[in-house]
Design a binder for this molecule. Structure first.
Ligand SMILES: [Ca+2]
Length: 552
């Protein structure tokens, strides 16, 4: 959630705050049963806001048509009321820019809800303006072991990202850092067609395979009409893995040889892979229209059989690869390991798995409610007394997103994958599957959904091509360290100058890379010009700030 709010606008509000409240202990206000999920004696009204994820939006409409539940009155809202005696109301709901504009208006006038989710930029401004509670002690006292373990699944960086001078002013709402891994999906039926039966061992092998996919008519229609891979104009979603083969990270902050944190996009390691891409574009291996193809439009090349390699996320099995299978039953997608272009093992970049931060308004007397609500949310989805079938995936997908939060445990995909494999290997009984594992098993094994099978189940075993795996296999490799990765060295709230120039510098980068790929700029002197320009337009200062914050 990106919002527009100047720091000065927030500081205008400070004068109206009640300064004497600072010394109060919020825990004096609590009249509730003991425990992480202690029910309040009197109904506690909690005003929140709800950003509706566009994906969840259509599911909400379906839920309403099936059960009559709405955003304001559904099983989650009733659960919080029945079990915690917390009545949630929303002072703002919506999606997209409309929501963001309305929310920034509310923030600018100090019209804050009681408990709410913010991004890092807002988090920083709110805590500097002393508008949100210090939750350090409240978290220590109230966070359930389950909540703490789920946060720990995201790595130490998760709590680091909200810690300011040893204190936390919000609770990170985690998602999975592993979901930012970019997979190398390849059509095994095309590999067979062009006579390649093994996984590419080197970057050159992969590039040779791309050549065959362009020049050897892998779809056997007699036309010269295929590309090496599909590419959209946001570049990074598709190309992160490709660059990583060369030890290059255009969309990440990395450690250089001196131990300094630097932007990957301006390192010399970029030049070789960028030149490779430029040559591919020149030779017609890349769709010349890619500049006009956003993420969604770039789907067509995969769905219509114009490309047999897709570099992207595991969940693209559903929105990219399933349409390919539906259009061509022969399509046989599998994930292959990224080969290296250097003498070293490939190290991948992942992003911190935090969706947003839950904070409590200082005018709200019960900040512990924020922590208890998260306890409840995770307990219902993953706890021993919970009810995943009701709260996780009943009748419509993403029912967990109908509640007041948008968060799921970092191992949400890993554990069901492992459980399904145990059942397939005879190490576990179907009857022992619970929660998400049972849910995933049903989609993957019972209903045999193609996208689920190639993510979490088994690949079709009629291929003579070796080395392909499901996406879940790589998830496990990431989790147990067999695939090396680092978390982007910058995370958390923007630095002072990043808040001002960060977006513009990001666009500068994207523009240079786009023009370099399409041959409008070279990868030598023009690259040096781009680097110079990036540094001079605020990049130098931003880099210094980041090293001050994260450096040794
Ligand atoms: Ca063809």
């Amino acid at each position: 959630m990106k919002r527009v709010l100047t720091i000065s606008m927030v500081f205008l509000l400070i004068g109206s705050l009640v300064a004497c409240r600072k010394d109060e202990d919020p825990r004096d206000n609590i009249d509730a049963e003991e425990g992480y999920l202690g029910k309040y004696v009197d109904t506690l009204n909690v005003e929140m806001i709800k950003y509706i994820d566009p994906t969840a939006s259509s599911n909400l409409a379906r839920l309403t048509s099936i059960t009559g539940e709405t955003l304001e009155d559904n099983r989650w809202i009733r659960g919080f009321k029945n079990d915690l005696n917390i009545q949630i109301t929303y002072s703002l709901t919506g999606s997209g820019d409309t929501f963001l504009t309305q929310w920034s208006g509310k923030m600018a006038t100090g019209d804050l809800p009681d408990v709410f989710q913010v991004g890092y930029a807002d988090y920083k401004e709110l805590l500097e303006a002393d508008l949100i509670w210090d939750l350090t002690d409240v978290f220590d006292e109230y966070a359930s072991p389950l909540l703490q373990s789920i946060i720990a699944e995201g790595g130490d960086e998760v709590m680091d990202s909200v810690t300011v001078d040893g204190k936390i002013y919000g609770v990170p709402q985690v998602v999975s850092q592993y979901d930012s891994y970019k997979y190398l999906w390849i059509r095994r039926d095309w590999m067979e067609q062009v006579g390649v039966y093994d996984a590419p061992q080197t970057a050159d092998d992969l590039i040779e395979l791309m050549r065959l996919f362009v020049e050897e008519d892998p779809d056997q229609n007699g036309q010269d009409d295929t590309y090496a891979f599909s590419l959209s104009n946001d570049l990074w979603h598709n190309l992160e893995g490709f660059f990583a083969m060369y030890g290059a990270y255009p969309d990440s902050w990395v450690l250089d040889n001196d131990g300094d944190i630097v932007l990957g996009a301006i390192q010399d390691s970029i030049k070789e892979p960028l030149q490779v891409l430029q040559t591919m574009y020149h030779d017609g291996w890349i769709n010349p229209e890619f500049i006009t193809l956003d993420y969604s439009k770039s789907k067509a090349d995969i769905a219509n059989g114009k490309a047999g390699i897709f570099m992207g996320a595991h969940y693209n099995a559903s929105d990219f690869l399933l349409p390919s299978k539906n259009n061509d039953p022969e399509a046989d997608w599998a994930v292959f390991p990224w080969p290296s272009a250097t003498d070293s093992t490939v190290v991948h970049q992942l992003e911190l798995g935090v969706n947003s931060i839950l904070v409590a308004n200082k005018d709200f007397p019960n900040p512990e409610a924020a922590v208890k609500m998260l306890n409840y949310y995770y307990e219902m989805l993953y706890g021993e007394t919970g009810d995943y079938d009701t709260f996780g995936n009943d009748q419509v997908d993403l029912i967990w997103a109908m509640g007041p939060f948008f968060s799921y445990r970092p191992t949400i995909n890993l554990v069901p994958y492992q459980d399904i494999q145990k059942v397939l290997n005879g190490e576990m009984n179907v009857a022992d599957l619970q929660g998400a594992s049972l849910d995933y098993y049903e989609s993957t094994i019972i209903e045999q959904k193609y996208d689920w099978k190639i993510m979490f189940g088994e690949l079709p075993d009629n291929s003579v091509v070796s080395g392909g795996q499901t996406a879940g296999y790589y998830l496990e490799q990431l989790a147990n360290g067999e695939i090396e990765y680092f978390i982007n060295r910058f995370y958390g709230e923007p630095t002072e100058s990043m808040a001002i120039v960060g977006q513009q510098l990001g666009l500068m980068s994207l523009e240079y890379f786009t023009k370099a790929i399409s041959g409008q700029r070279n990868t030598t002197t023009d690259f040096d010009d781009f680097v110079q320009s990036w540094l001079e337009n605020g990049g130098t200062v931003m880099t210094e700030e980041i090293n001050e914050k994260f450096g040794d």
